[in-house]
Design a binder for this molecule. Structure first.
Ligand SMILES: Nc1ncnc2c1ncn2[C@@H]1O[C@H](COP(=O)(O)OP(=O)(O)O)[C@@H](O)[C@H]1O
Ligand SMILES: [Mg+2]
Length: 234
């Protein structure tokens, strides 16, 4: 469904992503793990076209999307939930969710999807009229994921959904990510929490200094001695 070939990202003279190649099949949850600074966020941003790639190409559902503007990539069904969430702090929870559906016109379906987001995250329903800026970090993460789902994406790009959150909140959010995956959503999950990412995904790529150092089935990587030593603290 997604084919990334020789993708490069540079900031001035800094080569953040050095010609990486990977793919995601429809319906898969694939993890992209690696230390801070490895190039994970830059990779997601280049796919979502929030930034320009320095080289390589990205195909989605058979179409070359490498040079499409960000809103057209979104229109093709790729939604990025950015690191740090990026909710609109001065809009309410419900308004933030509606923003996620702004490219849609099917009112009845939008209302139904909103109910489904509230079923996933009852905490958001309780706070539907509250300003997003007053939510806790975990609630903002829920809202960011909910907002992305309101666009009915085909591919969900999640950047560090567990970052800075208490274990109980991480558990709740990952339960929803798994539920959404079980409904057939294709997901690229970026995580510094390698163990968690490998536990919920089918396959994974390990990034190291801008390149891909390992790849394989997540269950196998969980038992790989090098991965355990470098990323699982064992
Ligand atoms: N806006 C930027 N300007 C310059 N360098 C950047 C910028 N964003 C990221 N980098 C650098 O690119 C590399 C990869 O960063 P990033 O993609 O954020 O990695 P990760 O998400 O894996 O932590 C790092 O060396 C980082 O310092
Ligand atoms: Mg990052």
């Amino acid at each position: 469904m997604l084919e990334v070939t020789g993708l490069r990202v540079a900031y001035g003279g800094i080569h953040a992503v050095k010609s990486i190649t990977f793919h995601i099949n429809e319906g898969e949850m694939v993890a992209l793990i690696g230390a801070n600074g490895a190039g994970k966020t830059s990779t997601l941003k280049a796919i979502a076209r929030v930034l320009d790639a320095a080289g390589g190409d990205v195909h989605f559902a058979g179409e070359d999307i490498t040079r499409l503007p960000a809103h057209e990539v979104l229109g093709r069904g790729i939604a990025l939930v950015p690191e740090g969430r990026g909710v609109f702090p001065r809009l309410t929870v419900a308004e933030n969710l509606m923003m996620g559906a702004y490219i849609r016109h099917d009112r009845a379906e939008i209302a139904r999807d909103m109910e489904q987001v509230y079923d996933h995250f009852p905490r958001l329903r309780e706070r539907e009229g509250q300003l997003a800026g007053t939510l806790s970090g975990g609630e903002q993460q829920m809202l960011a994921i909910g907002r992305a789902l309101m666009g009915r994406p085909k591919l969900l790009l999640l950047d560090e959904p567990s970052m800075g959150l208490a274990p109980l909140m991480v558990q709740k959010i990952f339960a929803v990510i798994q539920a959404v995956a079980a409904q057939g959503m294709t997901i690229l999950l970026v995580e510094q929490n390698a163990r968690l990412a490998l536990e919920v995904s089918q396959r994974a790529y390990v990034m190291e200094s801008g390149g891909i150092s390992h790849t394989g089935n997540s269950a196998e990587l969980l038992t790989d001695a090098r991965v355990r030593a470098a990323y699982l603290g064992e």
